[in-house]
Design a protein. Structure first.
Ligand code: AMP
Length: 221
């Protein structure tokens, strides 16, 4: 089962991928998390990609595709994978199809989290992140119980450097120019499901879980 989670920065991909992968026993593969870990650990990949992340630009396809291929080849005996933040360009989507085809697999489902632009910007502005366990917090129902402290591990929350307003603008620009065509790519393949991402975290997660289970049931028919 290969599921792609599509949506703008701030649409809730990371939050949803964590919940849904845990619930369904799927591997959660986030390219953003992999890049941030590489930057933090100062690996050669981290050195190479840091400037792109700082500017809110997409990392070149060749680097991103090689990283995802490597991560997928390390994948154990999971029931499947949820890809969060990949593919983000048509070239990445095509490279992913080619890589999966080599092992007789394919993308079964692409979920597009549809969220209004004004909501995206407000969410990114109030987003806090735990560098220790990767938990993500926002405003309202998603706020941490104690301001500045991670509910899960007690770590000190920080704001992602690429959630600054100027970098957010660059990330949204990249999204509209390069990632929106990927939504159409999956629609034409007949695997796209649109989910209203303006709902509560719980309701969005339930819709995604239902879509994955329906797709699994169809595959077994
Ligand atoms: P995210 O955490 O998904 O918002 O990703 C953070 C940053 O990592 C992006 O702004 C890009 O610089 C980089 N990145 C993540 N995924 C990709 C991708 N599929 N292609 C290129 N760059 C990516």
């Amino acid at each position: 089962m290969f599921v792609v989670l599509l949506g703008a920065p701030g649409s809730g991909k990371g939050t949803q991928a964590k919940i849904v992968s845990a619930e369904l026993g799927l591997l959660h593969l986030s390219t953003g998390d992999l890049f941030r870990a590489a930057v933090r650990e100062r690996t050669p990949l981290g050195m190479l990609v840091q400037d792109y992340l700082d500017r809110g630009e997409l990392v070149p396809d060749s680097v991103t595709v090689a990283m995802v291929r490597e991560a997928l080849s390390r994948q154990g005996l999971m029931r499947g994978v949820i890809l969060d933040g990949f593919p983000r360009t048509l070239a990445q989507a095509q490279a992913l199809d080619a890589a999966l085809e080599e092992t007789g697999k394919r993308i079964d489902l692409a979920i597009y989290l549809d969220v209004k632009d004004s909501v995206l910007i407000a969410r990114l502005d109030s987003r806090w992140h735990c560098p220790n366990c990767n938990a993500v917090y926002g405003a309202g129902e998603n706020a941490p119980l104690k301001r500045g402290t991670c509910d899960r591990c007690g770590g000190q929350l920080t704001q992602r450097s690429d959630d600054r307003p100027d970098v957010v603008r660059a990330r949204l620009d990249e999204y509209f120019r390069k990632t929106v065509p990927v939504i159409e790519y999956y629609r034409q393949r007949g695997v796209l499901r649109e989910v209203n991402g303006d709902q509560s975290v719980k309701d969005v997660a339930s819709e995604i879980v239902a879509a994955v289970e329906e797709t699994l049931a169809q595959a077994h028919r």
